[in-house]
Design a binder for this molecule. Structure first.
Ligand code: AMP
Ligand code: GLY
Length: 468
């Protein structure tokens, strides 16, 4: 089959590579030339990926049989609508359903209308006066979220991005005064995880759960970013995530898809739930209407048992054979190499030498993001996330060590979070949740819509995979 892949980052490189492994042909439609995509693609066309008419024309000229849309901006701009109108079956929801990501207010309103559980307390003030009142009414810490797309960088959390509630209120009001919409949410306490699923008319088919690292700097310091790295566990759960909580998160995805459908919105694509696992179970932070970046890369490298081209064609056509949704039982760690200063003031233009042969010989995969080719084995960093390295092993910390040892085959000026996927980090998160869920823990101020907690993780000590 011949697929159009819309987008030019490391996530799209991983999508394209997985399709090519399944003997599909890939045509890329992206704004940038990507040295990794260029290598796997049969053709690569420079377009504005949010220009639906232009992307649909590329699909026709290139005789593709289906399309898959990587990033959120084309989905929010209606590129899936344009492709479907041109009779190209597409993985990615139409603009109206993609509002589940592109409008946080639409998302929370929809889920409230349909009584979908696992939501925080939230309010969408319509004026600066309402924002002041809402801040005064929040009993505990709160979070300020622009309603629209911000590439993961617009959310301010009390305690990390501001301390005085007045600062949070000022930020919320500045968004309103610029004509934007804003949500205030109670600050949830717990451990985050992502659960992605293939969604089509025939059902919701989950992928392995993944943990993303959003903060720019080690120790989860610095500003929120699109994601500096991520890991997944061999059994597709996470060290701190029991099956019962994963299943609850999946039930939230399923109820949300049902809510969309009840409002006449069909959904054929990837649905990504970002959750906080709290003392009271998983609570939804946000939905994305696409593969996470980097979380999608963790899932995609594990997809080797089935036929990815057939699976994506099924998602686009409305019916998936559940046997095709199968992921290998291995742990993965992805780390992004980014320009120094990324997350705040990235210094682009630096050269990286990447000895891809040596890295792959060490069992680590390389996916290229915001870089351009600058000679054999050399790329120039842009302002965004540059190169993703993905290791796999039977335990998360071993996969992390593989990536760390592959770094000796990369030289140049870059930043990477060495703490992603280390035993220390895993043990810290596990302990955090254990304390939160211990019977003596103070009751959390969670809404009643959240189901009661399971038994806390065993107090006998961290699970085997942490000790490995
Ligand atoms: P979002 O774009 O909604 O996923 O928010 C980006 C990041 O902000 C999340 O990954 C969390 O780290 C943080 N965040 C968002 N909402 C909340 C919340 N209600 N409580 C605590 N942290 C949050
Ligand atoms: N890593 C978070 C996202 O893809 O939005």
């Amino acid at each position: 089959m011949r697929f159009l892949v819309v987008g030019g980052g490391a996530r799209e490189h991983a999508i394209a590579a997985t399709l090519v492994r399944a003997d599909a042909e890939v045509v890329v439609a992206s704004a940038n030339a990507n040295p990794g995509l260029d290598r796997v693609a049969a053709a690569s066309v420079r377009v504005d990926p949010t220009d639906g008419a232009r992307v649909a024309r590329v699909a026709a000229e290139q005789h593709v049989e289906a399309a898959v849309i990587g990033p959120e901006a084309p989905l929010a701009a209606g590129v899936a609508d344009a492709l479907r109108a041109a009779e190209v079956p597409t993985v990615g929801p139409d603009r109206a359903a993609a509002r589940i990501e592109s409008s946080k207010q639409f998302c929370r309103d929809l889920l409230a209308r349909h009584h979908v559980g696992g939501q925080p307390r939230w309010v969408a003030p319509a004026s600066v006066e309402e924002a002041d009142r809402a801040v005064a009414d929040f009993p505990a810490a709160f979070v300020v979220k622009p309603s629209g797309l911000t590439a993961g960088k617009g959310v301010w959390v009390q305690g990390s991005d501001f301390t005085d509630p007045k600062e949070g209120a000022a930020y919320a009001k500045s968004i309103l005064l610029q004509g934007g919409r804003v949500l205030l949410e109670e600050k949830l306490v717990g451990v985050e995880f992502s659960l992605m699923a293939f969604v089509t008319d025939s059902g919701v088919y989950p992928m392995p759960a993944v943990q993303d690292f959003k903060r720019a700097l080690e120790g989860n310091q610095g500003g929120n970013t699109g994601g500096m790295g991520s890991y997944s566990q061999r059994d597709h759960l996470l060290p701190f995530l029991p099956a019962a909580d994963r299943d609850r998160a999946l039930a939230i995805l399923e109820s949300s898809v049902a809510a969309l459908r009840a409002e006449g919105l069909s959904y054929r694509g990837i649905l990504y739930g970002g959750f906080m696992l709290t003392a009271s179970g998983p609570v939804l932070l946000e939905f994305n209407a696409r593969f996470g970046d980097p979380e999608g890369i963790n899932a995609l490298v594990l997809y080797e048992e089935g036929d990815f081209a057939e699976l994506l064609a099924g998602v686009a056509a409305g019916r998936v054979d559940p046997n095709l949704v199968s992921f290998r039982l291995r742990a993965t760690v992805t780390k992004y190499l980014v320009p120094p200063g990324y997350g705040d003031r990235p210094r682009s233009g630096g050269l990286l030498s990447v000895d891809e042969g040596a890295i792959e010989a060490a069992g680590v995969r390389v996916f290229y993001g915001s870089v351009e080719a600058a000679g054999p084995g050399v790329v120039r960093l842009g302002t965004s996330r540059g190169v993703a390295l993905v290791g796999e092993a039977s335990a998360i910390h071993e996969a992390g060590s593989r990536v760390e040892s592959a770094l000796r085959f990369v030289s140049g000026d870059y930043y990477v979070r060495h703490d992603i996927g280390t035993k220390d980090d895993l043990a810290r998160r596990w302990e955090h949740l254990r304390r939160l869920r211990a019977p003596t823990a103070k009751p959390s101020p969670l809404p009643l819509s959240v189901a009661p907690p399971d038994a806390p993780p065993s107090s006998a000590g961290p699970p085997e995979q942490l000790l490995g």
